[in-house]
Write a protein of this length. Structure first.
Length: 205
């Protein structure tokens, strides 16, 4: 069975993916990640998460500050009470019960100084430097940053993975290990010039 040839992406619906055996599903996910077909890779990860022992066991270094298990990003938002607009490109959402903005924060992008952690959430696409900012996910993140800044608070979840050189991790990553829905960051979102930044108290990762 040929898995994921170029030009055949549209044929991979969730129903068809779910019909694959677990070994075939693992192979499809690997091919999708290699070809940067992030939507298909995300669907594969979700289906694998739903199957008993669906994922191939991997040995990850123990992360300080990541007490909970890592789950798929969309699942992590669900556990925080957020229904995403898109499980493929949404990187933030608003919880319906209290209108709290919840943001996925790429762990490797966290900066620390003087007991305070910070992370750039959104910046404009200047001279093609951040094309993701002009896409659906980036526009949604900007709207959520504005809401969070007006509210004065937001929640953050750390996402772990391996960056893809030349791309923002919010758009494409070489691999995503998952998000930690249990280690909730209490964020303060503020506008600095044309950028939006999140800051929070000291946390060891």
């Amino acid at each position: 069975m040929r898995i994921l040839g170029r030009g055949r992406v549209a044929k991979w619906t969730r129903e068809k993916i779910n019909s694959l055996s677990t070994p075939e599903l693992r192979q499809l996910r690997l091919n999708a990640e290699r070809l940067l077909e992030t939507e298909i890779a995300a669907m594969c990860a979700e289906v694998l998460d739903e199957r008993p022992r669906g994922r191939v066991p991997t040995r990850r270094p123990k992360r300080k500050g990541s007490a909970g298990r890592l789950v798929a990003r969309s699942k992590a938002f669900e556990l925080r009470g957020v229904s995403l607009q898109s499980r493929f490109w949404s990187r933030s959402g608003v919880r319906g019960s209290d209108d709290m903005v919840v943001v996925a924060v790429w762990a490797e992008d966290v900066q620390r100084a003087n007991g305070v952690s910070s992370c750039l959430l959104w910046a404009p696409n200047v001279a093609g430097s951040r094309p993701w900012s002009d896409k659906l996910g980036g526009k949604e993140r900007l709207a959520h940053c504005r809401l969070a800044a007006a509210r004065g608070a937001a929640e953050g979840m750390l996402v772990y993975g391996t960056r893809l050189e030349g791309s923002l991790p919010e758009e494409k990553a070489l691999s995503v290990d998952g998000a930690d829905p249990e280690n909730v960051l209490e964020l303060r979102v503020e506008k600095r010039g044309d950028e939006y930044w999140a800051t929070w108290g000291n946390i060891s990762l």
